[in-house]
Write a protein that binds this ligand. Sequence first.
Ligand code: SF4
Length: 317
Amino acid sequence: MQVKLAKPQGPCAGVDQAIEVVDLALKVYGSPVYVYGWIVHNRHAIEPLAQKGAVFVEEIKHIPRGAKVVLRAHGVAPTVWDEAREKYLDILDATCPLVLKVHLEVKRWARDDYTIIYIAHEGHPEEIGVTGEAPDHVVVVGSVEEAERVVVSNPLKVAYVTQTTLSVDETKEIIQTLKKRFPPIIGPQTSDICYATQYRQDAVKNLAKVSDIIYIVGSQERSSNTNRLFEVAVSCGVPTYFIEDANGLNKDQLKDKNVIGVSSGASTPERILQAVVDKLREFGADDIEELQGIDEDITFASPALKRLRKEAERKRK
Ligand code: SF4
């Protein structure tokens, strides 16, 4: 039995950065360090941070005045910044720069009085943060059907942006629909769907060509990009299972299967993927191979991370 690993898969630059911010903040300042929301959408990524003293809260009101707070990788609305400043919190912003790009686009077009059609999943933290930049200008659209129905005040002044972790193919269709309905519509110069989402979806399409069965590893409940990987694999016609970790593997599913494909979401820690591979070995896999794919060498270092690295360095001396 062979195991084929999609390439790339697993943690992206935005997730690595966010986790390093919390980790370093704990090392430099000690616990507690408060974290607004799930820093990334995988409990296996956040549990070790909680064990080290990170305190995860869903509302700023639960944080004591003057404490240190890390803002989640998915970004937050300006109202959250306001609340945090009112409590004199020391803010360490771990928002992924590719999410910040979308915030800036929305701010710019709202200033120019455009209606901004935001292609996104309503209720996702990234959507809440981006919409919060200009609630009176943003309309959220989540499907082609909604794009066909959306109403704007001035069809000559319409822009679109997208959530970073959507299905590339589905988003293309939605944008085409919007372009048909509003020919003067403007959009971002480069896609808002981030490199990590795009590359991982392409890698799953390649994986599907050689696999008899696919496992997608990550949080079904929370992770948008992992859910999209699952949908891509299913759309390729390969039997696909969503598992949170190695405990989700089921030997019965592997009967008569020669090639098992595995991919994982951008918020899934590498050790969780490794544990899945180890269990597949126990089930009889004797040939583990990473497929050819893109080498990712992208890293991010936000101002918060640079500050923490400097402080950690100073402490070491
Ligand atoms: S999935 Fe994309 S947008 Fe989200 S944290 Fe990773 S790089 Fe940033």
